[in-house]
Design a protein around this ligand. Structure first.
Ligand code: SF4
Length: 353
């Protein structure tokens, strides 16, 4: 039996199953850098350490020892199924009969990095920028598709001293499609620990990134709060409808609402001129999503929309009005249909922001 063991990004992040698999193994095979990382766990075992680039050789060795009846652990950093040894072994073992394999999953770099950065992941994709085995044209096609589809993107193997072009090209695609202020998390891991930096697409410095770095690029909804990178899931926050908002929506539903800028209002422009005042009171309040400018006034636990100009853009109003009548027939629907309203908001943020 061969157990392909994911040892995570660092020794401390190994799972109990991984530890158990190592304990049971008689032969441990892996890249030298990884076996050294866990050498205190390998006492009394035969350890075969190989160099980088000898993945197929390691897989063949594991199959060979296993066929002789040994319990083999084949080490993979992170998770064996994410650019790890599971794929190599399965590819190689096709030519042998009776090889038994079990994959022991591990913490992959994207989970590890996301945990350090805050909570940046929602729907996401992981793309390796190594063009050693993959044509650059394929990498670029995937980066472009993921960027257009508004996936959060985690880049593995982004840049080495000699291999700088894939990262440059990926950055260019991102900058052509996403806004410069899109948050970007950079996690650099070494034997001494991990260093993080949260910057923006526009502020990202290429030379900050190397082969030991994982880069996570946020999407339309990702924001930075208190030094943490967050992509909200859109949960409904408890609230009650303010009496002034109630009054406003009674008029709005009776067809007496204001359309466009309300120059007659003594507070106009409460944000910046020109502004569309159709939704003087936001139907999504409190959205709890700072990506359009709202924020918590922490000590008061109040959601402030002071800096959200998105709700006052013409294209936003147009997008919301297209579907609002199906969700809002009476003022109570502001609360009763909150989930659907927040879904409409997401749709319009994506289309207009
Ligand atoms: S005005 Fe903006 S920040 Fe406030 S609830 Fe509406 S969408 Fe959210």
């Amino acid at each position: 039996m061969i157990k392909i063991v994911g040892i995570g990004p660092r020794r401390d992040d190994m799972t109990l199953r991984a530890l158990q698999a190592l304990e049971e193994a008689e032969i441990v095979i892996g890249y030298g850098g990884y076996t050294r990382q866990i050498d205190d766990l390998l006492e009394g075992k035969e350890v075969i350490s190989k160099g980088m680039g000898q993945e197929v050789n390691r897989a063949e060795l594991a199959i060979d020892y296993s066929s002789k009846g040994y319990k083999v652990a084949l080490i993979s950093s992170g998770d064996p199924g994410v650019y790890g040894m599971a794929n190599v072994l399965h590819q190689v073992m096709g030519k042998y009969a009776g090889v038994e394999v079990e994959v022991i999953p591990g913490v992959t770099a994207v989970n590890y990095s996301a945990a350090l950065l805050g909570a940046p992941l929602h729907d996401f994709t992981v793309i390796s920028l190594s063009d050693i085995l993959t044509p650059l044209s394929e990498i670029k096609r995937k980066v472009r598709a993921a960027t257009k589809a508004d996936f959060i993107i985690a880049f593995y193997n982004p840049r080495s001293k000699r291999r700088t072009k894939p990262f440059q090209e990926a950055l260019q695609i991102l900058k052509d499609i996403r806004k410069g202020e899109t948050p970007v998390g950079i996690v650099k891991t070494s034997d001494e620990g991990s260093k993080i930096n949260i910057t923006s697409l526009g502020g990202l410095k290429e030379d900050e990134v190397d082969m030991n770095t994982t880069v996570i690029v946020g999407n339309t909804f990702t924001y930075v709060d208190n030094g943490k990178m967050v992509t909200p899931r859109g949960y409904v926050l408890p609230h009650s409808t303010h009496p002034l908002a109630w009054e406003f929506y009674e008029k709005y539903l009776a067809g007496e609402g204001n359309k466009g800028p309300n120059m007659a209002c003594e507070y106009y422009p409460c944000h910046s001129h020109p502004q569309n005042c159709t939704f003087c009171y936001c139907p999504f309040y409190p959205c709890g999503d700072p990506s359009t400018g709202g924020r918590w006034i922490k000590e008061k636990k109040v959601w402030s929309c002071e800096d959200c100009t998105w709700i006052h853009q013409d294209d936003t109003v147009q997008c919301i009005e297209g579907k609002l009548s199906q969700l809002l027939e009476k003022v109570e629907d502001l609360q009763d249909n909150k989930k659907k309203l927040l879904k409409l908001r997401r749709e319009c943020v994506y289309l207009t922001k």
